[in-house]
Design a protein around this ligand. Structure first.
Ligand code: ADP
Ligand code: GLC
Length: 473
């Protein structure tokens, strides 16, 4: 099958969160099971030059806001599958990947350029796979083009929701300047007096998917639908949930190139070395029997940082170290720094983005905290499972689908899971985990239960192929 995947970020070219991991790994997994998958993503100022193998097109002339616009495209296979990176410096050479008032314009441009590029480089794909609000524009443009351009007639669209909380809203009055003048396009974008790129993608794409089964249900409720639950309900018969995979070429403690020592389900001794290195990294005392609770996260309301704030005193009172790597909302960053200043021999904090450290934390920690308010899928709990780091999570979205609560009687379960979004519920699980940690045999069993799970991309990619086949019917 010929598939084009369009994404605003993709590893190793760019990443701010899990979308980057997924968009980088899925085309590679599709290729490995015999499909012809190509990835299209922007070339940011942050994209390392070593990944830009060659210039594929140096005259990608587009019309933008009524003017000619000269873009280029680089080619690479650094993620393991053919990739085109759209180079348009005025749009993508910025200090950060997102966060500008004109983001809607930057990604509308990216979508338009991606469709032009696809047409330029070969036969039409059967499936164009779009990701999150950044790609809602392409859903509308492609549906419109299909009406009059024979090239696109056989192409169908799949739209994947990675996060309903970000919807790409802007003023309806901007639509004509972005090239959307038809009544069809106005209707598609129109949402509550604004234009919403997420709503457009949900409304006009041929099928919809999201990144876990539980989240596919949740986004049909007012608690998680962010005002679009009526639309996800309306399209429920075209919506499925596919849990993300893990790229074990990047995230496997047996081979991880970022680690000082390796380990596996049969021999965990290297994990202790990683724990030592992690404590050294944060200048914490080398007390290897004291558990490390860790967190690696974007510091946003989604991730349940407020529960960690409320419970921080008790986490320390339970006798553990606490190590956090994250960046985002300033008050959460300040809170973490203050916590470290308050207990410098028990708390390690790194504010910022650090890929290498994320690997060391996954390997060296004992427990991983993810008390998310909502979590469409979540990758870190799956990395934790593989690294023998026991996840403590809230039962929402992909966390609920991938983590099973430990039951000491039946010796089943791979982590600790609570329901209501409350700090006391998180603390109950922290104490339960602390108790289990003291029982070496029980702890080893919990670790093994997690490490033996296969969350590889191969399974997820096969589910996507079924989705694509269904979309083409
Ligand atoms: P989300 O996409 O909502 O942020 P996920 O769990 O799906 O959540 O994916 C987060 C990804 O981003 C993981 O690969 C995680 O290791 C990484 N990550 C998040 N924050 C940081 C950080 N400060 N430094 C390094 N990696 C980070
Ligand atoms: C989003 C979600 C996260 C998910 C990721 C990749 O960023 O917040 O839960 O794992 O997308 O699908």
């Amino acid at each position: 099958m010929r598939i084009a995947i369009i994404s605003a970020e993709a590893v190793p070219y760019s990443k701010t969160g899990g979308l980057g991991d997924v968009a980088g790994a899925l085309p590679k997994a599709l290729k490995q099971i015999g499909h012809d998958a190509v990835l299209i993503t922007p070339c940011y100022w942050q994209t390392k030059g070593e990944y830009l193998w060659e210039t594929a097109i140096d005259d990608l002339w587009l019309t933008w806001r009524g003017q000619p616009y000269h873009a280029k495209a680089f080619y690479s296979e650094a993620n393991g599958s053919p990739t085109f990176l759209i180079d348009a410096p005025s749009m993508f050479h910025r200090d950060s990947i997102y966060g500008y008032t004109e983001d809607y314009e930057r990604f509308a441009f990216f979508n338009h350029a991606a469709l032009e590029l696809i047409k330029r480089v070969g036969d039409a794909p059967q499936i164009v796979h779009l990701n999150d609000w950044h790609c809602g524009f392409a859903a509308v443009e492609l549906a419109s083009r299909r009406q009059h351009d024979p090239y696109w007639q056989g192409t169908r669209t799949v739209f994947s929701i990675h996060n309903m909380a970000y919807q790409g809203g802007f003023s309806m009055s901007e639509l004509p300047a972005l090239g959307f003048t038809s009544k069809f396009a106005r209707n598609a974008f129109s949402f509550d007096r604004y234009a919403s790129a997420m709503k457009a993608g949900l409304e006009v794409s041929d099928t919809l998917s999201t990144v876990s089964r539980r989240y596919a249900q949740e986004i049909q409720t007012s608690e998680y639908g962010y005002g679009l639950e009526w639309l996800t309900r309306q399209r429920a018969n075209r919506l499925i949930g596919i849990t993300n995979g893990v790229d074990y070429e990047v995230w496997d403690p047996e081979t991880d190139v970022e680690l000082p020592a390796h380990f596996s389900i049969d021999d965990l001794s290297g994990k202790r070395e990683c724990k030592r290195a992690l404590l050294e990294q944060f200048s914490l005392p080398i007390e290897l029997d004291r558990p490390i609770y860790a967190s690696v996260t974007r510091l946003t309301g989604q991730k349940g940082v407020e529960l960690i704030k409320e419970g921080a005193g008790d986490i320390l009172a339970s006798g553990g170290f606490f190590i956090a790597l994250g960046s985002g909302e300033k008050d959460s960053e300040k809170f973490l720094q203050a916590l470290r200043d308050h207990a410098p021999s028990r708390v390690g904090v790194y504010i910022g983005y650090n890929e290498k450290l994320a690997h060391l934390i996954e390997a060296g920690a004992d427990m991983f905290l993810m008390p998310s308010k909502f979590e469409p899928c979540g990758l870190n709990q799956m990395y934790s499972l593989r690294y023998g780091t026991v996840p403590i999570v809230r039962a929402t979205g992909g966390l609920d689908d991938t983590v099973q609560n430990w039951d000491a009687v039946t010796e089943t379960g791979n982590g600790f899971k609570f329901g209501p979004y409350r700090a006391d519920k998180l603390l109950e699980k922290i104490y339960e985990a602390r108790f289990a940690y003291e029982d070496k045999a029980a702890w080893a069993k919990i670790q093994r239960n997690g490490m033996s799970i296969d969350n590889s991309w191969e399974n997820a990619a096969r589910n996507y192929v079924e989705l694509y086949e269904w979309t083409l019917q």
